[in-house]
Write a protein that binds this ligand. Structure first.
Ligand SMILES: Cc1cc2nc3c(=O)[nH]c(=O)nc-3n(C[C@H](O)[C@H](O)[C@H](O)COP(=O)(O)OP(=O)(O)OC[C@H]3O[C@@H](n4cnc5c(N)ncnc54)[C@H](O)[C@@H]3O)c2cc1C
Length: 398
């Protein structure tokens, strides 16, 4: 399916009002402009059609592999990009400027599938899986959430038993991005002692199915599904040996949430750009609506929030590179980025008046997508509680 929107020209521009480019290297700017060009060619002309038809464009996986969107911070020798975290953030920002579902595909593959194999896997696992995932030959997914355990993944019921020459896996995961199309799944399950471990489950293993989740009004160009394990025999060499406990999946989520913080601001940048352009063109009361103070207030506040979030994200990227970023700092940026983006999508939608509710413009799609982004990888309130616990030393989860 490649239904291009008629006469669609992606005119996105990103004026740098605060000279934030001074914080970037020439390599960062080159990466950003090449991903921006890719998004203008391969995503924005088609995305409204894909979202409308609830279609995941399989072919994008290989293309993401070609531009280095999978695992940008993983070393080159393992099929990653060997880049820093600012580069990773910029790639996520540009892809989500196109669509949050497309960014979800890329960040799940890089941060939630490649990263745990890289950080917790054996040398054999790294060699077997990472180059194929990095190139987009294989697509992966990350199974943590279960029907009865979302915000509280530590309560998971999925479990495995040691059967001597293999593990026997039973249970179910739900809301899993990429699941229906994935070649492999990194699955978090408890052993007989109740300790959480990661297992690599491959499509085709007996008893393993990935039913698709239908009826989503959000992330419609991303495929979501369940992972169902019914006496799946998992070879022992598929257990990730180097880390166990809830901290293992949480370590992956830190990386992915960093990407979300940047990505959500990409969606906000798209909404702001569209609103500014529309406000200058749309005439009411014989004047462009951009001449009215109330519209200018909206635009000024959008730009201010985007700029503040970009600074927060940049600083977080630096701390990630130095290995100093804490989970609570990442929570702050994820939570802030998504909230800023949701507010801007709503305000931008208003500036477009009635036209804002159509697929002629991107805001409604961004707004609906962001309703998933504000919930997944830790809900808005859970991130607030992570910050609250960090500030006070008192966890308020229970
Ligand atoms: C489109 C999409 C894609 C996803 N992709 C993946 C994926 O690839 N892999 C994966 O493992 N998961 C994935 N998820 C799951 C996602 O991470 C969970 O939906 C999320 O963690 C919330 O869990 P829940 O939906 O069960 O909500 P619940 O945990 O039931 O929360 C419901 C509400 O209760 C609130 N709440 C819960 N506990 C507390 C508390 N202690 N204090 C205050 N409020 C609380 C929450 O903030 C929320 O508002 C995806 C979800 C969506 C929607």
């Amino acid at each position: 399916m490649s239904e291009e929107k008629r006469n669609f020209v992606d005119e996105f521009e990103s004026p740098d009002h605060y000279h934030l480019d001074d914080l970037l290297t020439e390599e960062h700017k080159l990466i950003r402009s090449s991903v921006r060009d890719f998004v203008k060619k391969e995503i924005t002309p088609f995305i409204e059609g894909w979202a409308e038809k609830n279609h995941f464009p399989n072919e994008i996986v290989k293309k993401f592999g070609e531009i280095g969107a999978f695992g940008p911070t993983i070393p080159l020798e393992y099929g990653g990009g060997g880049l820093d975290y600012i580069s990773y953030g910029l790639i996520m920002q540009e892809i989500e400027r196109g669509d949050s579902g497309m960014r979800s595909t890329a960040s799940v593959q890089g941060s939630l599938v490649m990263y745990p194999i890289y950080a917790y896997g054996s040398e054999e696992q790294k060699k077997k899986y990472l180059p194929k995932l990095g190139s987009g030959e294989w697509l992966g997914c990350f199974g943590l959430t279960e029907p009865n355990h979302g915000s509280n993944p530590g309560g998971m019921e999925t479990h495995y038993e040691d059967k001597g020459d293999h593990y026997l896996l039973n249970g179910a995961k739900m809301w899993i991005s990429n699941a229906p199309q994935a070649d492999i799944a990194v699955v978090w399950a408890k052993n007989e002692e109740g300790r959480i471990h990661g297992l690599i489950v491959e499509r085709g293993m007996d008893g393993f199915t990935t039913p698709e989740t239908h009826g989503k009004w959000s992330l419609r160009a991303s495929c979501t599904g369940e992972l169902v394990f019914s006496d799946v025999k998992v070879p022992k060499e598929n257990l990730l040996p180097e880390k166990s406990g809830l901290g293992a999946p949480m370590g992956c989520l830190d990386k992915a949430r960093f990407g979300i913080a940047w990505g959500a601001i990409g969606a906000a940048m798209d909404c702001y750009d569209s609103a500014r352009r529309y406000a200058l063109e749309r005439i009411q009361f014989d004047k462009p609506i951009a001449s009215f103070q109330l519209v200018q207030k909206k635009l000024a506040e959008m730009l201010t929030e985007i700029t503040k979030a970009q600074l927060l994200n940049w600083k977080l990227g630096k701390m990630m590179d130095e290995g100093k970023a804490t989970t609570a700092q990442i929570s702050m940026a994820k939570r802030n980025g998504v909230e800023v983006a949701l507010n801007i999508a709503r305000e931008a939608r208003q500036i477009h008046g009635g036209m804002g509710i159509t697929g002629e413009y991107s805001m409604m799609r961004h707004m609906m997508n962001l309703e998933s982004v504000v919930t997944y990888e830790g809900t808005h309130d859970i991130h607030l509680l992570i910050l609250g616990a960090d500030i006070t030393g008192i966890p308020a989860f229970k």
